[in-house]
Design a protein around this ligand. Structure first.
Ligand SMILES: Nc1ncnc2c1ncn2[C@@H]1O[C@H](COP(=O)(O)OP(=O)(O)OP(=O)(O)O)[C@@H](O)[C@H]1O
Ligand SMILES: [Mg+2]
Length: 696
């Protein structure tokens, strides 16, 4: 039996160790004169022999001399007895070694060591340990069970497995509601040895098949199957694809009464039996079986079955949701089982995601990694960046970084007209009409309250300003014409009767303080794969206007061409503060799916976000959610919204940077966000590292 081989292996080494330690012990005992009584040398000093240090110092040379003499006599007798030269020389070597060992060994220290060890043992026996506390006072070992401190204990072992085992077959047993211990022993077997056995078996089976054929018997499918299995195993072992093991599994059940013990063991037996895994009680070996299921790594039963790697792997009792798919990008490592979380957010019912964590927990880091990896697969990304964090990343990937502020020299003209939507029939004037409506909305924010007269004057002025540039309602595709600017509108308004007030108010944005930002032709490349709008330096008074322009631009762009896109709104709480932009974001999240868009909303303040009327629906409409380290104060709200379990709550509170929970639809996994060295350089916001990178 291979496991006995293994056991023998252990015994052998132990014996070898004992032999090694016994050598000096023999000499020590002999030096004390004990061997004169003919005592068998054992490593311990024989009873009545006083330790060496109590001997007078002068006795030592005498003893040594006597010992040497006696050895010499033995040696001579031996030589006389064995006449052949070869044997004599071997024995001479051995005796020589013993003498050297005896001389070289420090006998006193050995004896001292023994004494100290003995004393320590006696002392330790007197200490109360945890074992004294938990040990039962007695065990009543019966024929088929054990009575242990008022509990009834019964064990069973698995004696046969089916030809095929499915993954996670252990899970119903592990999750079975009963007190029990399960022990699994796995003995690795040397492949070379098993190959020899298999070879012999294959030869036997082949010859019996041949004999059957020669005799004209009907073929035996059982032998043929066994032969195929053996041959396949031989091939896989040879190629190193599989390894060979022996596997033992024991279950010990604990119950308060005989009846419930009987019931539970029957239940487990039938659970396993349903999977063709057959078990048997350990009658007359109850104690051994009980010992084998204690956490002592002690297999006293030794009921093993052969298994190669693949079926053995199915005995792993815990399985976790794995989020590894063939498509998509790497989000991180699954902390349950170290598998990779590779996932395509567009495979969910909607591609929106929310990221919640406290400041510095790694929200932006995780999202930036997603951006980098998504860009590689041809997904366009648009980012609203309130912290000027994404500039480095944008430059590296050749994206467009648009700083929206008064001092910036990059502009978007709100009068720009989009291209007609591809593959969709557009009526003449549609694009112009919808853009005029958008501009009316924008101008309302810019100019404040308007009277109904002013409203209609503005509408006329907008139509006129486009007409001057040759853009009229009968054009289908006006995108190749140069659009007007805010200044053109102002001059039209000032020439219109009753629109003076409007023109004056608009002056602020053309020649006034806020001039420049909205009244110049667009001078940025709006076609690149990554577009970032930085709104950090935006003056507070201009923020709602700029957001209107930006969000409108994004919306138009998304509708114009159907393409895989991700829109990222970092620090979303700052946008949610303004009713207009909050409403717009909410609308976008709801409609995004139809336009092949995934909206990522990142925020620190869960409570603020949820309390805002638009926050909750944004979360509900996001199939992917990433929760990283949380502040205890945010836990209550999060638990309610995400239905977190106690374990998940604990995990979020105790996560490190970049660790958390990843929800994709109904699947929850613990995630560790990881970046390569080069990625880390690009996406870090660590001020120290950012400074270092700038210095280079
Ligand atoms: N997975 C990670 N591995 C290594 N370092 C990380 C990881 N995630 C984040 N960091 C580091 O932690 C720091 C904070 O990360 P990040 O900027 O992403 O935080 P944040 O959650 O966006 O914070 P804030 O809400 O203040 O913007 C950065 O210096 C970043 O380099
Ligand atoms: Mg951040």
């Amino acid at each position: 039996m291979p496991e006995t081989l293994a056991k023998n292996g252990v015994v052998e080494t132990k014996a070898a160790d004992a032999a090694k330690t016994a050598v000096p012990a023999v000499s020590a005992v002999s030096a004390n004169g004990a061997s004169a009584n003919g005592t068998v040398p054992t490593g311990l000093p024989p009873d009545g022999v006083k330790p060496a240090e109590t001997k007078p110092a002068e006795a030592k040379p005498k003893a040594k001399k006597w010992f040497l003499d006696s050895l010499k006599e033995q040696w001579e007798a031996h030589v006389a007895k064995n006449k052949t030269q070869a044997e004599a020389s071997k024995a001479g070597e051995a005796a020589g070694k013993t003498i050297q060992a005896a001389v070289a060994d420090d006998k006193i220290s050995a004896a001292e060591r023994q004494e100290v060890l003995q004393a320590e043992k006696v002392f330790n026996e007197g200490l109360a340990s945890i074992r004294d506390l938990i040990a039962p006072s007695a065990m009543d070992i019966e024929y088929d069970k054990i009575k242990l401190s008022g509990m009834y204990v019964k064990s069973m072992h698995v004696f046969t497995y089916p030809r095929y085992l499915d993954t996670n077959w252990m899970s119903p047993i592990v999750n079975f509601d009963a007190t029990m211990d399960i022990a699994q022993f796995i003995y690795p077997i040397d492949s070379a040895a098993i190959m020899k056995v298999l070879r012999r078996k294959v030869a036997q089976m082949q010859s019996s098949i041949r004999m059957d054929t020669e005799k004209g018997n009907v073929r035996d499918p059982a032998i043929e199957t066994a032969l195929q299995d053996a041959e396949q195993l031989r091939t896989e072992l040879q190629r190193g694809q599989e390894k060979f093991f022996q596997f033992a599994m024991y279950i010990t059940i604990y119950a308060k009464s005989r009846k419930s013990l009987q019931k539970q063991s029957k239940h487990i037996e039938s659970l396993l039996g349903g999977k063709l895994i057959l078990t048997r009680g350990t009658e007359l070996q109850c104690e051994q079986a009980f010992n084998s299921t204690l956490p002592l790594c002690l297999d006293e039963l030794g009921v093993v079955r052969n298994m190669n790697t693949s079926p053995l792997s199915s005995t792993f009792p815990f399985t976790t949701a794995s989020l590894t798919s063939n498509d998509g990008i790497l989000y991180g490592l699954n902390r349950h089982n170290d598998s990779l979380i590779i996932f395509d957010r567009f495979s969910l019912e909607n591609a929106n995601s929310v990221v919640f964590a406290k400041s510095g927990a790694g929200k932006s880091y995780a999202v930036k990694l997603e951006v980098l990896r998504s860009l590689m697969f041809g997904t366009d990304v648009i980012i609203i960046d309130p912290e000027n964090e994404y500039e480095n990343l944008t430059q590296t990937v050749g994206g467009t970084y648009l700083k929206v502020s008064l001092t910036s020299d990059r502009r978007i003209n709100p009068f720009d007209l989009p291209k007609p939507i591809k593959d969709e029939e557009v009526q003449p004037g549609d694009l112009l009409r919808s853009n005029i409506i958008n501009l009316q909305g924008l101008l309302k924010i810019m100019l404040g309250q308007m009277t109904p007269l002013e409203d209609s004057l503005l509408d006329k002025a907008l139509n006129d300003v486009y007409r001057i540039k040759g853009i009229t309602m009968d054009l289908v595709d006006p995108s190749d014409k140069t659009p007007p600017t805010m200044e053109d509108l102002e001059s039209i308004l000032s020439s219109m009767e009753g629109a003076q007030s409007l023109a004056q108010r608009l002056q602020k944005f053309t020649t006034g303080t806020y001039g420049g930002i909205f009244n110049k032709p667009t001078n940025v490349n709006l076609e690149s794969g990554l577009m970032v709008f930085c709104i950090r330096d935006l003056e507070d008074a201009l923020r709602p206007i700029a957001m209107y322009v930006i969000l409108n631009y994004i919306w138009t762009r998304i509708r114009t061409e159907l393409k895989r896109r991700i829109l990222i709104v970092d620090e979303a709480w700052s946008i949610m503060q303004h009713e207009d932009s909050a409403k717009f974001l909410f609308g976008l999240v709801k409609r995004a799916r139809k336009y092949y868009l995934g909206v990522t909303t990142i925020t620190q303040d869960v409570e603020d976000f949820v309390n805002n009327g638009y926050g909750k629906p944004i979360i509900t409409n996001s199939s992917m959610q990433l929760l990283l380290k949380q502040a205890p104060s945010a836990m209550e709200v999060l638990t309610k919204i995400f239905n977190l379990t106690e374990g998940e709550k604990y995990m979020l509170l105790n996560s490190g940077v970049g660790q958390g929970l990843f929800f994709a639809g109904l699947k929850h996994v613990a995630i560790q966000v990881i970046a390569s060295f080069a990625e880390d350089k690009l996406v870090t916001t660590n001020p120290e590292e950012v400074l270092k990178a700038k210095g280079q």
